[in-house]
Each structure stands twice: as structure tokens, then as C-alpha cells.
Design a protein around this ligand. Structure first.
Ligand code: ACM
Ligand code: ZN
Length: 757
């Protein structure tokens, strides 16, 4: 990169006068390689060389713009947090020189040069200077040494967001302020505040004061007990023992002001027409039934009072939030009462709306016109595509990428937030050892693997992808500390997806930096998941008749040691260096070690089999459910065991009874046949009612080896795995497995392999 001429000359002239420059040998700790997240667009490090900050750092500014107050306070808190020093403005001989450079066209771009002579930061906006300060902080160590570097940086996407649901569980104002600080450290710049939903209304309103009086408090903290149990009742504010809370307008102003200092925009979400059950506790007249009822989630679109309500609420919202974008929800309307409602039917007739989707679309379009009239823009979840998209709407694509792709192709802006990659309420590690989550499986590496620019979009269409966002829904996240655990370190992967050039991204390199940043997060009191898991990958080789297991520690600089006999690994156990293979079966138990000591982590247990059915012919009497095809027909006989989470793409899901027949091609001796099923109640996945294995010599006359009922409690809210074992002691060519759906229509059974030994 080029340093501006001015700096070069200045550096040469003053270089000798700076006493701050320091070589590494002089200090006690060796200088560590910095762990910048997100990775800058262009980075050139002078390895091992640093610039020593003095105890009192002077900075100079090029003008007296109002943003310097915020930037100097950022400089002082961010550097002061790392190393105890003070910051003061000093126009002459400053160690940190801020320079305006109108040539920097990216509104968030900056250059940062740390040399033996000091630090120069160039940008053309306050946002660029703020980002540079955060990078500077990441280059600085506890001894006040700044790694020498030349950085030229700008974001890949303008929209880099985190969402927080404060309705299912209420999160404190202080927590949100701390979260904003962390977001800014990683250059995330949009906070989507999901401030109202069926779990409770959380924003003070002058026009509709009953919202916080009657719909912000409920009988139960526990989501399952409250939502899925029989209750789901709201109670009045100040009811003893009630659970809930809301933000006063002053709380909101404090959060918005803090975000603004950091250069973060807060996008509030006022949900409509669905996810609105809490409103019914305060203003039941806005609903088709005109009374509170557990089945009610959508407001009545036929009633003009509904529009008055949202317009007044949105006016109050816009008064608090300067964001150009206002999110109006639009997802998952139940549409269960509109069809029977006289007012809704009259609306459909009057407006010529042919179905309920068009009725919903009528409301979204009308709300869009209202927002546009106030100079704001509408964002909604991808369901707003149904029934016709509002003309200028921006779509947030959460049910995978399809909605975002469709919207971009039709010329609408989109934010990608696909649940399979960016839902942080999903498990980040093996569920068994994690706090209860909603399901799913999105470990750090999965988040990192996401590229928001789908290959199905043309270069022109890609311009509509404004950016990405990760979402934290809080059904099972009850505390600030738990929210931190779900956000971090996965939000670091999001930050890098959102900021760094796709072609520069590399998981191995990110893993090292994420390990360091996770330590830094924890050191500053953030309850980040400590990355103490081991990721697995299995493959089978039909020629060599081997199954192999590849292991990868989530954190860098640790050893994996393992056994294959099921025993707990010690510091003397085999060191993992290459994939573990078996021609038969092995129960691998692996654990992380550092400096000869076991890390405080749970051991990974993983069974691998090279078994008799691998690669053989298989027939399905009933097709699997199209939503869970895993690897298709071969899933059950490919030797690959799924990870313990339902959305990993490795579980084959059935809504029809399982009935499969494997042809081994010849009569083989059979000693042990088994299959592992999953139960994940939250996702409608249950154990089968029973499992039967039958064998045959000719493929037509089958003999049953018996039928097994499940042992799993169907009410268990956690993911459960149960192996159904059969020990035949016979020989046969054909093996048939049957399993009945455990519950009614629409429920799933999931299995990953039929293992035949
Ligand atoms: C959503 O997850 N229902 C947007
Ligand atoms: Zn209605």
C-alpha cells in the first residue's frame, strides 16, 4: 500500500525524535502476532516490530468536527482498557495523528500506519476513524506495544448486523450497552432490536400505555412452561412474582445515544401482523375475536383501529430511533382467524384481495406507505414476499436464502440471515453438554462458511445484498450471560463474513484469531463459549473398506489425544495427527490437551463403523420427507454418522413410516444390527413408536428378529438419541427395518445409519 507522501516526509524528519519506537528484545514478553477480527482488506505486518505507546498519548485532529469528542472517548476507553494509559489532545508532536483524506471513498474506510515513528490514521468520515481506532486497539498489547503495520481497510458490506429478541426474555439496558461496545470492537454496525413479540411488549408507549401495564409481565419465566404449558397468561405490572420488564423511553434514548457514539444504527422491530399475541392482553379489540385467546397471534387487518394503533406506535418508535430502516416483522402470521372474521372478509372484498396472503400484503404495503411518508424505509422478514412484495421493501431472508434470492432478482434490497448459518439460538456444540437451545447446529465453522453472495445471483443482483445479520431468539436464553454465550464467539465469524473480502477468508487462519479473541472476550468479562469442542468429519472408502474419522479442535494451539477402546484419554494417550480409520468398528474418545494438561472440556465420544451394509443396495418403501433428505438414498448405508443435531443435513427424516430393505448381495452372518434415532421435541422429531428388524434369504419371505419400543421419555425437552439394537445370530441376505411414526401426522422420525455387523 502507499503511505501518503506527507506522512513519509514527516516520519523521516521526526523519526529520530520519537523515543517511543521499541525493538522486541527490550521488553519482557515476546510480541505476539496480532489477531485482527475482522481481517482488514489489506494488511501488511512488520513481524516482531512494535511501537511503544507512552503513558500519556497525544492525538491530533485535522479539524473541529463534532465527531472528535466521540472518537477521543473511544480512543481513551479502548486503549485504556488494554493498557493503563491516558489520552489527550496534542496538536504538535502527537503520537496518534488523525488525518482527513477525501480520497478514501468508502464511507467506512480508513488507512492505519503504525511505524517506528508513531501512528497515522486517515479516513474521510467519522465512521472510518472509529473503525481505525478499533483496529488500533486490536494491534495493541497489555504492555502498550502496538504492532507495526500498514492497513488499508473498508467493509465488504454496509449492513453488518446482530439481532436480539428481548420479548421472549427481557435483557437489561446495561447488557445491551455492553453488547453494542462488543459489536463496535468487531465493526458490526447494525443492532436489530426485536423489542416486541408474543413473549411480552417491551417498549413504553404514551399512546397505548396498557401495553407495558398489561402485556410486559407474565406468569412464568420459563418459556416451555409458559408458552407450551397450559398458561400463556400476562399479568399486570407490579404483580408479585411476575416475570418481565420493559424499556422506558429514557432507557431507549440511552441505548440509542450510546450506539450513535459508536457509529452503530439501531433498527427497531415492531412486529405485525403476526407474533402479536401480547397486544391482545392489552387491546383485545384489535383482534378478530375481539378478546384475549391463546390461539390469537395476528391482529385484525379489517379493523381501521389496527392501523391507527401501528401508525401511532410507529410514530413513537421513529421519534426514539433515527434509523432510516424500521423493521415491521411480517413473519409467521398464523392466519387462523382472518378467514372467519367479518371485518377481514369485508377488507378483502373492498380491496379485491384473493387470499389471506394478499390480505397480509395489503397491510404491509399500507404500513410501507406510512413509513415512506415519514421518510423511513421498511424491512420485513421474507414472508412479506407472499401475496406481493411492498414496492420499496427490503427483505430479511431467514428461511434459508431463497427469499433473499427471489427479492434480489426482483430488484429489492436484501439482508441475508439464513437460519442454517446465522441463527445463534441454535446449538454451537454437541447439545448434550450445552445449555438448552432451540435445536439446530451452527458451530463457529458453520457460521464462518457462509457467503452472503449466492452464486445464483448475477453481479448486478448481488448489489442488492446489503449485508448479513445473525439473530438471537431468546426462548431458551434467560439471562444476559447466556446471551453472551450464544453470541460469542460466533458473532466474530459473522463480523468477518460481513467485513472481509471473501477471497481472503480462511478458516484455519480465522480459527487462530478467533481463539485469541475469545480469550480476550472472556478476559474482559464476556461469557463467551470457550471453544472447547472437537469437530468431526467422517468418510468411507469402499475400495479400501475403511471408515475414517477426522477430528479438529475448535481452538488453535491445542492437542487432541484419543483412545479407540472407549476409555478416557490421558496426556499419554495417542496424539491425534491424522484421520482415525477402522475396517470394523471403534469407539473413539477424544479430549483436548495443552501443555500436558487436559483442558476443562467434555470428551468427544464418536463411534465409527465399517459395516456389512456400506455401499450395498437399499430400497425405500416410503420416501423420506423432502425437507430432510440428508445424502438421499445412500444416507443409511454410507458409514457416516450424523452429528447430534437435527439440522446438520446428515439425518434422514420421515413423516411416513420407515420401511427399508438392504440387499447385502450375498448371505452373510449377522451378529449385530442397530440404528440410532433422534428425538428433538421442539422440532417435532420423536422416537418411533417401535422398531422392527426382519431378515430374509430371498427378499420376499421375511422373518422378524423382534420389535423394540423406545425407552426415551417423549416429554424430554432436550435432544435425545436412542440406539435400537438387534442381535440376530443368524445369516441372511436381506435386512429390512421398519419403524412407525411415534406421533400423529406431521411429526418426524430421524435416523442416520443402519449399521450391520
Ligand atoms: C423468524 O425466525 N421467525 C424470523
Ligand atoms: Zn379480522
Amino acid at each position: 500500500m502507499t503511505i501518503t507522501k506527507k506522512l513519509t516526509t514527516l516520519s523521516l524528519a521526526l523519526g529520530a525524535l520519537f523515543l517511543g519506537a521499541c525493538s522486541d528484545q527490550a521488553s519482557k514478553q515476546p510480541l505476539e502476532e496480532p489477531s485482527l477480527i475482522p481481517l482488514p482488506k489489506e494488511l501488511s505486518l512488520t513481524h516482531g516490530a512494535s511501537y511503544q505507546l507512552p503513558k500519556v498519548i497525544g492525538f491530533s485532529t485535522p479539524d473541529s468536527e463534532s465527531h472528535w469528542a466521540d472518537i477521543s472517548s473511544l480512543l481513551s476507553t479502548e486503549l485504556g482498557r488494554i493498557t493503563s494509559l491516558k489520552v489527550e489532545q496534542k496538536q504538535e508532536g502527537a503520537e496518534i495523528r488523525f488525518v482527513n483524506n477525501p480520497e478514501i471513498k468508502s464511507p467506512e474506510g480508513y488507512t492505519l500506519v503504525v511505524s517506528a515513528d508513531g501512528i497515522e490514521i486517515q479516513a474521510s468520515t467519522g465512521l472510518g476513524f472509529r473503525h481505525a481506532v478499533q483496529t488500533l486497539a486490536q494491534l495493541t498489547d497489555a504492555e502498550g506495544r502496538v504492532h507495526q503495520a500498514e492497513i488499508k481497510d473498508e467493509p465488504r458490506f454496509a449492513y453488518r448486523g446482530l439481532m436480539l429478541d428481548v420479548s421472549r426474555h427481557f435483557m437489561s439496558t446495561d447488557f445491551i450497552i455492553r453488547l453494542l461496545d462488543e459489536m463496535a470492537r468487531y465493526k458490526l454496525n447494525r443492532f436489530h432490536w426485536h423489542i416486541v413479540d408474543g413473549g411480552g411488549w417491551r417498549m413504553q408507549s404514551d399512546a397505548y400505555p396498557l401495553l407495558t401495564k398489561k402485556a410486559a409481565w407474565r406468569t412464568e419465566r420459563d418459556w416451555d412452561k409458559w408458552w407450551h404449558g397450559q398458561d400463556r397468561q400476562f399479568v399486570e405490572e407490579d404483580t408479585p412474582g411476575a416475570y418481565g420488564g420493559y424499556y422506558t423511553k429514557d432507557d431507549i434514548r440511552r441505548v440509542v445515544a450510546h450506539a450513535s457514539k459508536l457509529g452503530i444504527t439501531i433498527i427497531p422491530e415492531i412486529e405485525l401482523p403476526g407474533h402479536s399475541n401480547e397486544i391482545a392482553a392489552a387491546y383485545p379489540e384489535l383482534f378478530c375475536l375481539e378478546r384475549w385467546d391463546k390461539s390469537v397471534t395476528d391482529v385484525c387487518i379489517g379493523n381501521e383501529a389496527t392501523f391507527t394503533f401501528f401508525e401511532r406506535i410507529l410514530d413513537e418508535t421513529m421519534e426514539l430511533f433515527p434509523s432510516e430502516y424500521i423493521h415491521i416483522g411480517g413473519d409467521e402470521a398464523a392466519m387462523n382467524h382472518w378467514g372467519d372474521c367479518t371485518k377481514c372478509r369485508a377488507r378483502m372484498k373492498a380491496e379485491g384481495l384473493k387470499d389471506l396472503h394478499e390480505l397480509q400484503s395489503y397491510m404491509i404495503k399500507r404500513i410501507e406507505r406510512f413509513l415512506l411518508s415519514r421518510g423511513r424505509k421498511l424491512i420485513g422478514w421474507d414472508e412479506i414476499l407472499m401475496g406481493g412484495l411492498a414496492p420499496e421493501a427490503t427483505v430479511m431472508s431467514w428461511r434459508g436464502e431463497a427469499g433473499g434470492i427471489e427479492a434480489a432478482k426482483s430488484g429489492h434490497d436484501v439482508i441475508m440471515t439464513p437460519n442454517g448459518f446465522l441463527y445463534l439460538d441454535y446449538y454451537q456444540a454437541i447439545a448434550e453438554h450445552q445449555p438448552r437451545a432451540i435445536g439446530g447446529y451452527v458451530p463457529l465453522e458453520k457460521v464462518y462458511s457462509y457467503n452472503p453472495e449466492s452464486s445464483s445471483l448475477s453481479a448486478e443482483e448481488k448489489k442488492h445484498v446489503l449485508g448479513v445479520q445473525a439473530n438471537l431468539w431468546t426462548e431458551y436464553v434467560e439471562s444476559d450471560a447466556h446471551a453472551e454465550y450464544m453470541y460469542f464467539p460466533r458473532a466474530l465469524a459473522l463480523a468477518e463474513i460481513a467485513w472481509s473480502p471473501q477471497e481472503k477468508r480462511n478458516y484455519e487462519d480465522f480459527r487462530r484469531r478467533a481463539t485469541k479473541q475469545t480469550e480476550a472476550l472472556r478476559a474482559r468479562g464476556v461469557n463467551a463459549y470457550p471453544l472447547n469442542g472437537i469437530a468431526t468429519e467422517v468418510s468411507t472408502d469402499l475400495d479400501k473398506q475403511l471408515t475414517s474419522l477426522t477430528l479438529r479442535a475448535e481452538q488453535s494451539d491445542v492437542e487432541i489425544r484419543y483412545t479407540t477402546d472407549g476409555s478416557e484419554p490421558t496426556a499419554e494417550s495417542e496424539l491425534y495427527q491424522s484421520p482415525i480409520t477402522t475396517a470394523d468398528s471403534a469407539l473413539v474418545v477424544a479430549k483436548l490437551f495443552k501443555n500436558g494438561m487436559a483442558l476443562d472440556s467434555v470428551s468427544l465420544k464418536y463411534r465409527i463403523d465399517y459395516h456389512k451394509a456400506i455401499g450395498k443396495a437399499i430400497k425405500y418403501a416410503n420416501q423420506w420427507n423432502v425437507r430432510y433428505p440428508a445424502a438421499g438414498e445412500k444416507t443409511l448405508i454410507d458409514g457416516i454418522r450424523a452429528t447430534p443435531t437435527y439440522l446438520d443435513g446428515m439425518w434422514l427424516g420421515f413423516t411416513e413410516p420407515l420401511d427399508v430393505t438392504i440387499d447385502l448381495g450375498e448371505t452373510r452372518e449377522l451378529k449385530h444390527i442397530f440404528a440410532r434415532f433422534m428425538q428433538e421435541r421442539e422440532q417435532w422429531v420423536y422416537m418411533p413408536r417401535e422398531v422392527e428388524v426382519l431378515v430374509s434369504q430371498d427378499g420376499s419371505k421375511f422373518e422378524s428378529l423382534g420389535t423394540l419400543p423406545p425407552k426415551t421419555d417423549e416429554h424430554n425437552p432436550r435432544p435425545v438419541f436412542e440406539v435400537f439394537d438387534f442381535f440376530p445370530r443368524t445369516s441372511a441376505r436381506y435386512i429390512r427395518m421398519r419403524a412407525e411414526i411415534g406421533r400423529s401426522v406431521g411429526h418426524f422420525i430421524f435416523l442416520d445409519e443402519i449399521v450391520v455387523h
